[in-house]
Design a protein around this ligand. Sequence first.
Ligand code: MN
Ligand code: MN
Length: 473
Amino acid sequence: MEKNTENKSMSEALADRLFYRKKTAFEVMSDKELSAAMEYARGYAEYLFNSKTEREAVKTSVEMLKKQGFIQYRLGDSIERGGRYYLNNRDKSLFAFRIGTEDINNGMRICAAHIDSPRLDLKQNPLYEDSGFAYLKTHYYGGLRKYQWPTLPLALHGTVTLSGGKNVDVCIGEDIGDPVLMISDLLPHLSGEQGKKPLDHAYDGEALNAVACASPYRENGAAADTSDAVKLNLMKLLNEKYGIKEADFMTAELCLVPAGRPVDIGLDRWLMGGYGHDDKVCAYPALTALCDSTDSRHTVMCVLADKEETGSDGVTGMQCSLFSELIDEIAESLGGSGRVCRSRSSCLSTDVSAAYDPGFSDCFEKRNTAFAGSGVVINKYNGARGKSSTSDASSEYLGKLRDIFDADGVLWQTAEPGKVDCGGSGTVARFIANHNIDTVDIGVPVISMHAPFEAISKVDLYFAYRAFLAFYR
Ligand code: MN
Ligand code: MN
């Protein structure tokens, strides 16, 4: 039978014109863009390594901002047009903003990321000795899969406020030659019973105790003949290094995080593995895009929030009134109205999305899932069970963003967290939208999200930066 090649090419042309086909970054990026993306990821890897906790992220980010001429702002300070400011909220969340030339009542452009990541916090009374070991007890922070944390090199990070108010920063396990801590696991030879338990129950929260010392305090050339000599030895070492006593744990914020630097994954080096991509992989582009969008006439803000992983509550979480109060202050000191400014502001809630994982295809709906390597991902809504607890961005707002991104050659895709009723997730988006600010979730797809070692594609990181930059402009 003769083939109607004419018709076929017409239908192909029509399909090209009418169908949506998801592209990968490697199909659309030039060699020049690819090297720019690889270079950009190097800066991010440094940021990620130096920002494992929210406090460290604030410190690292303030250093970056200062280099770009941003100065510290406190509520009540005066604000000038063209000025660059940052508000450091209790060393745990950060608001960086640059005042634009246009009327503040036209609104602000805001990117909001979070800088806390799932981890193991130390309890307030963490230290005990058992069978020749000194242990630190933990209470996990955020949603994590407990079985993933034993038998990993863990670093101790945090801050201890001594009596009298002096703060001591602790970091053990990150420098070359540093010791690390470890939570043990059962050997396979004895794990018959444990192995029969469902995964979520096989590891008890109260069993996530980390070994921190394995030898007793010594005096007169011998092990001290006292109870808790191993615990004493650990306290002596901590006291020598940081000047802390056991009672100081009660006023401390210490946590265990995976030790070590981010690394490239795959021989082509396009994936990056590391701890805390969620959500530093959006915080870094949100911050660098703010610094690089100096040609914008808008007033722009980058929010780096704490406590997202535990529900955004508290004075450093996104639900704190400080966010809207700050916008009101800025607007009013420029002669505008906070209420009007907020109503005309728009926000990108820059947070990560679950990347499709062929190893777990059952949990994803392929047509509506983010693919690592296919660009920055927009989640119109999050939530769970019939979209509950989501702000659900409007068609008009998405349309506006689509035009901004397309005009700048940003590769973007859309997704939802996973299959309907398979689970769900939330971000800071709804807390911002509740202030009458158009908000949508957008960010980088992450493989093995919330694991001690997560992976992202560097091309998606790069398009996140490009998207946020276009948005600020
Ligand atoms: Mn997140
Ligand atoms: Mn998260």
